[in-house]
Write a protein that binds this ligand. Structure first.
Ligand code: C2E
Ligand code: MG
Ligand code: MG
Ligand code: MG
Length: 286
């Protein structure tokens, strides 16, 4: 642990040089423990996916589900992604973990289809590490092929930051994914530095309006103006719009009245474990 602690202490700059900082030592220790535990967790199959339904505004019909990873930690219980994804990204574990998510998501969609619940497209979150990796498109293609699932059942969620790197390169990569039938969406839309040019020049199918804009609807004038502008912008470029983090009927009504077509959030359902989600789907389809 000493090396990591020293490294972290030094990285704070000469002026702040501290030989021993308990908080820092604690964080270095945490990083180290996390690293070895994450490797084990992959081997021991301790990760699970939860699924959050996405519905159409007009008639509440299910249009898909977002896969959200959890770590079923033997001592600490169910951990949310923010508690371990950042570590996985630092430790080069994001590629194997991301591959696991992709395969598990596609398999889940296959299970729902086999259970007679129809095709329910599944949205998978990507991390920068995955999207930028050489051979990413081929890896996605391989999973679809091996699982025998059409690309149209898969949606990939990218953040604005991931899409801003090198426009021609990103565009080419997205076009190859779209050629497989995959839907491309922009997650947390409105929170990054995305420009209108990016939105216009990249082959994006759908934007997900970030929860932070939905939260204060419908009464806060700023939130209302921003939400309206984001919806209009996407719609006028021919993209689909979904709002995330919808918790109250008044938010839903505002969004629907201003052209937002799809909803995701606790008002409809929180993220559900696989079995619960399947039960939910059965009820909806009935
Ligand atoms: P996200 O993609 O923006 O996912 C939406 C988050 O909002 C989820 O948190 C979800 O549980 C939460 N949420 C949904 N409805 C509501 C609501 O009505 N109110 C509120 N307050 N929250 C709501 P979660 O599951 O903790 O995931 C956090 C983030 O972790 C995700 O944000 C996503 O960026 C990342 N993530 C999740 N799964 C994966 C994965 O498999 N791979 C990667 N790279 N990142 C993932
Ligand atoms: Mg997402
Ligand atoms: Mg989001
Ligand atoms: Mg968000």
């Amino acid at each position: 642990h000493a090396n990591t602690a020293m490294y972290l202490a030094k990285s704070r700059g000469r002026a702040n040089y501290q030989f021993f900082d308990p908080a820092l030592a604690q964080s270095a220790y945490t990083a180290l423990v996390m690293e070895s535990r994450l490797v084990q967790a992959i081997e021991r199959d301790e990760f699970v996916l939860h699924f959050q339904p996405q519905v159409r505004c007009s008639d509440q019909a299910v249009v898909g589900a977002e896969a959200l990873i959890r770590w079923n930690h033997p001592e600490r219980g169910l951990l949310l992604p923010d508690a371990f994804i950042p570590f996985a990204e630092q430790q080069r574990l994001m590629w194997p973990l991301g591959q696991w998510v992709l395969r598990e998501a596609v398999r889940s969609a296959k299970r729902w289809q086999a259970a007679g619940l129809g095709a329910t497209p599944i949205a998978v979150n990507l991390s920068t590490v995955q999207f930028q990796a050489m051979g990413f498109v081929e890896a996605v293609e391989r999973v679809l092929h091996e699982e025998g699932v059409p690309g149209a059942w898969l949606e990939l969620e990218l953040s604005e930051r991931m899409l801003m790197d090198d426009l021609p390169e990103v565009r080419a990569k997205l076009q190859r994914l779209k050629a497989l039938g995959i839907c491309i969406s922009v997650d947390d839309f409105g929170t990054g530095y995305f420009s209108l040019r990016h939105l216009k020049e990249l082959p994006i199918d759908k934007v997900k309006i970030d929860r932070s804009f939905v939260q204060d609807l419908p009464h806060a004038p700023d939130a209302a103006a921003i939400a309206r502008a984001l919806i209009q912008m996407a719609l006028s470029l021919g993209q689909d719009v979904i709002a995330e983090g919808v918790e109250h009927p008044a938010q839903r009504d505002f969004l629907a009245a201003h052209g937002c077509e799809q909803l995701q959030g606790e008002l409809i359902s929180p993220p559900l474990a696989a079995a619960e989600f399947q039960t939910w789907l059965v009820q909806q389809r009935a």
